[in-house]
Every structure is written in C-alpha cells, then in structure tokens.
Write a protein that binds this ligand. Structure first.
Ligand code: PNS
Length: 164
C-alpha cells in the first residue's frame, strides 16, 4: 500500500489544500492529512479544531484520513509506513523553505521522497492567513475554503477568537 503524508498547519484548511489532497489521491492508495501541532507559533484554531474541520472536508473519501502529530514529521512518516511527503507549491516564495525541509527530511529518513505538486492556477493566491484576514472582518470566505466549513470558519474568526 502506497501511503502519502500531506503535512501542514491547516489553520484552517483551504481550497488550495483540498486541491492538493484530492490530486494526491490519484497517485497513492492512501493519503494522510497531517496537522502539525507546532507548525505555527500562533495558530488561530486548536489542533483538535483543525482536525475536525478537515474531517468535514474529507468526508466521503475513504482513502483520505486526518491525523495530528506533535513531533518530527519523519517520525510520523516512518510510523505509518508512508513512502512520500506531498506538499503544494504556489510560487517561488514557497520553494526555499520547502526545499530546505525536504532536504532535512531526506537526511533524517531516506526511505521517503518529498513530492512537490504545483498548485492549480485558481488557488495560486490562497493562504490560510489571507482567509483569516477576510473572516476577521466578517466577510464570507466560501470562495476560499470548502463550503462545508466556511460558516464555521467565519464565525470562529469573526467572533474575535482568531488570535490566541
Ligand atoms: O502549513 P505549513 O506551516 O507550511 O507546514 C509546515 C510543516 C508542518 C510541514 C513543517 O513545519 C513540519 O514539517 N513541521 C514538523 C517538524 C519537522 O519535522 N521539521 C522538519 C525538520 S527541520
């Protein structure tokens, strides 16, 4: 079974993340969306909230699961027997950080490959922080996050709970 791990902050998950997750399904038998607990120093959503939001978005896809991990990514990858780490790249600005991470991860665990997937053009500008900026001012975010979570994201962020 070929398993891919898609790690990230997912604070919150966006249409850009969903696009990468669904495209990774075509390449792997199972896709694990991994919420990294310490990825962001000041996340707006708790890890449990981020997992619940992702669960709603991936409902119906039996080959996609979500998990949460506080530790080194490669330790999780090894634990679940994944052969790949998949990341979406929007622009060159994403590349430097991701390339460095990929090299660290390859050194720490040579059995897994990092695959960079090009973001679809309609999602090139999307970011979790952009979505939160819009929601903070009470504006609808259903163009940017999956419809099943847009209201929840808006309410959570606009009610002043966007910063912790
Ligand atoms: O969505 P993000 O914030 O770009 O995700 C970054 C993430 C979670 C993929 C990255 O910070 C990560 O892998 N963190 C776990 C710690 C780790 O394994 N670091 C790599 C070795 S330095």
């Amino acid at each position: 079974m070929r398993i891919a791990v898609i790690p990230g902050s997912f604070d919150p998950i966006t249409n850009g993340h969903m696009d990468i997750i669904l495209r990774a399904r075509e390449l792997f038998d199972r896709v694990v969306v991994l919420v990294a607990v310490n990825a962001d120093k000041n996340p707006s959503f708790t890890p449990a909230e981020r997992v619940l939001l992702i669960e709603k978005c991936i409902a119906g896809y039996d080959d996609v699961m979500v998990d949460c991990f506080d530790g080194l990514l490669v330790d999780y990858v090894k634990q679940v027997g994944a052969c790949a780490i998949v990341k979406g790249l929007r622009a060159m600005s994403d590349f430097e950080y991701e390339f460095q991470m990929a090299l660290y991860n390859k050194k720490l665990y040579p059995d897994a490959e990092t695959l960079f997937m090009t973001t679809s053009t309609e999602n090139l500008y999307l970011s979790s922080s952009g979505v939160k900026s819009i929601a903070r001012y009470g504006r609808d975010v259903s163009d940017f996050v999956p419809a099943v979570i847009s209201q929840q994201v808006l309410e959570r962020i606009s009610q002043g709970k966007g910063e912790r």
